[in-house]
Each structure stands twice: as structure tokens, then as C-alpha cells.
Design a protein around this ligand. Structure first.
Ligand SMILES: [Zn+2]
Length: 218
């Protein structure tokens, strides 16, 4: 089991993350909230995920959110294709920014263990397509242009940054290697579990040996 985990390698080909959206919108601001009035243009467009994330994080006023919607589409997928107008509550949007900002600085294992991240990102099976351009291969990953997709950008940036990660020998978590000392486990808990397990195995061995010595052939 652990040999499979240890075989995981961070990819070394360039990975590009793209976000796709099918429309841009006409909007206005109502109170502090942004109303999306109608589709301005239906046309599939793609953006680099990183640019999308940066633009989303930089939005500081409802007007800027309106311009974001016009350029990148509606960042909140749950609104889907309802009848217009649909309203993005400014407080909802601030909450989204807050979650992303936190994810950007959290330990990668903590990001991956968040329920909302688990629901949309499976780091075991990133659906990367490989494209050959001239002599160079690129990995591309395309996501819907909604805020949750930003987690993929954050995770990839962290995994591919000049930071070393290791995979816990006890559970699927990754952890950052922060010193020359080679840790084997993501947490004290996993280290403790592993020690307990080893202890039980040794005890089992001992009692087996005792039994086999005690046993006399009938
Ligand atoms: Zn662990």
C-alpha cells in the first residue's frame, strides 16, 4: 500500500490551468449587490486560471464585481441559468474571497482536507490533458469559470512551487517538508497510530512465538 503512495510524483511538465465560460453579462449594482440583467454575449472564452483567481481576489467594490462578471462570467455556479435578473449578494462574494485567501496560505494538506475542496477536487485524479506544441509537451487542465475552480489553481501552485512535499505513510495526506529532518507522517496522530500499530505487531509476533513454543504435538 505504501509503495503505491510513495510512487506519486509531482508532474514536471508545464501545467496550464484554463477556465472556460460560455457567456458575459450585462449588470448593474443594486444597493451593495450585483444584479446580472441579461446575457451580453454567448461565446466560449478561456482564461488562465491564475489570472481569474487574481482578478477575483482583487475585486474590492460591487462595481468591480460587475466588471468581473462582464469579463469572466458569473463566479457563483449555483446560480446557474435561472431567469434574469439574478443577484450576487455582496456579502456572499466577500465570504468567497475570504475562503480563497485563507486557502492560499493554509498548509496544502489542510486545503485538501476541506470538505468544500474534497467535493470538487480529487488530487488523485486530476484530469490533465497533454498537448504537444512543437517540441514541448504541455499539460492542460480546463475547469468551469466559477470560484470553486480557483482551488485547483491554488493547489497546483502549491504543489508545483519550489516547495517539497511528502506523502504520509499512514494516511493520504501530504505535508510540507520544512527542514532537513525527514518526517514520515503528516501529524503527531499518524506518527502515534503507526507506532501503536508497530507495537501491536511486535506483541503479536511475541505471543505467536510463545504459543508455538508451548504447543506440544498431540
Ligand atoms: Zn497522516
Amino acid at each position: 500500500m505504501s509503495s503505491i503512495k510513495n510512487a506519486v510524483r509531482v508532474p514536471t511538465l508545464p501545467i496550464e490551468i484554463w477556465f472556460e465560460t460560455g457567456a458575459s453579462y450585462v449588470w448593474d449594482v443594486c444597493g451593495d449587490d450585483v444584479r446580472i440583467l441579461r446575457v451580453k454575449e454567448r461565446k466560449t472564452r478561456r482564461f488562465e486560471g491564475k489570472n481569474y483567481l487574481n482578478a477575483l481576489i482583487e475585486v474590492a467594490t460591487p462595481e468591480e464585481l460587475g466588471r468581473f462578471v462582464e469579463e469572466f462570467g458569473c463566479p457563483i455556479g449555483k446560480y446557474g441559468w435561472f431567469n434574469f435578473p439574478l443577484t450576487i449578494l455582496w456579502d456572499d462574494f466577500l465570504e468567497i474571497q475570504d475562503r480563497l485567501r485563507k486557502a492560499m496560505v493554509l498548509q496544502i494538506s489542510k486545503v485538501l482536507s476541506r470538505d468544500e475542496v474534497k467535493a470538487i477536487v480529487n488530487p488523485d485524479t486530476f484530469d490533465i490533458k497533454v498537448e504537444r506544441r512543437e517540441e514541448v509537451y504541455y499539460g492542460t487542465l480546463t475547469k468551469d469559470a466559477v470560484w470553486e475552480s480557483c482551488y485547483t489553481v491554488i493547489i497546483f501552485e502549491r504543489l508545483l512551487a519550489d516547495t517539497k512535499y511528502s506523502i504520509c505513510k499512514e494516511c493520504p495526506n501530504t505535508f510540507q517538508i520544512t527542514s532537513g529532518h525527514r518526517r514520515k507522517y503528516c501529524s503527531e496522530r499518524c506518527a502515534h497510530n503507526a507506532a501503536q500499530q508497530a507495537f501491536r505487531e511486535r506483541e503479536n509476533e511475541k505471543s505467536k512465538n510463545k504459543k508455538s513454543k508451548r504447543l506440544t504435538p498431540r
